[in-house]
Design a protein around this ligand. Structure first.
Ligand code: AMP
Length: 133
């Protein structure tokens, strides 16, 4: 059965898309630690990040880097933090979180609430800074 993230890639479940290429997809985390918190996933359905091939991990990291650059331009921050963790969704994903402090990366923090319109604006703002090549 397809994961919820594969359904997002297929357009069967809506998402606030930030960026996409042939192999990877980036969209806003619906329970963000900070405004601009983005998930990067491979389109190929693999549960465990370290089961991706060397080539996939390399290409995914380069894709995530470009997304991080766009996030930082859209939402100025000290750094964009990156994390691979969590057991909730069995589809490999990288969290990218704009940080004003290391505490912004604590996944035990309460999650922020935004309206659908605010999420859409946030995704659009990051996407406007996205450079595909
Ligand atoms: P984890 O596996 O612990 O890294 O958590 C998966 C992340 O995916 C959580 O931060 C969720 O908020 C996020 N998430 C789950 N479903 C969706 C969805 N439909 N759209 C956006 N983010 C989601």
């Amino acid at each position: 059965m397809a994961t919820i993230f594969s359904k997002i890639v297929a357009g069967e479940i809506p998402s606030y898309k930030v960026a996409e290429d042939a192999n990877f997809y980036a969209f806003l985390d619906i329970n963000p630690l900070a405004q601009g918190h983005t998930l990067v996933i491979p389109k190929r359905e693999v549960d465990y990040f370290f089961d991706l091939t060397d080539e996939e991990i390399g290409a995914m990291q380069i894709f995530a880097k470009k997304v991080a650059v766009a996030i930082k331009e859209a939402f100025p921050c000290i750094k964009v933090g990156q994390a691979v963790l969590g057991l909730e969704v069995p589809h490999a994903h990288i969290h990218l979180v704009p940080m004003q402090s290391e505490k912004d990366m604590l996944f035990s923090n309460p999650k922020l609430k935004f309206t659908a319109e605010e999420f859409a604006e946030t995704a659009q703002k990051i996407n406007s800074k996205w450079v595909a090549e």
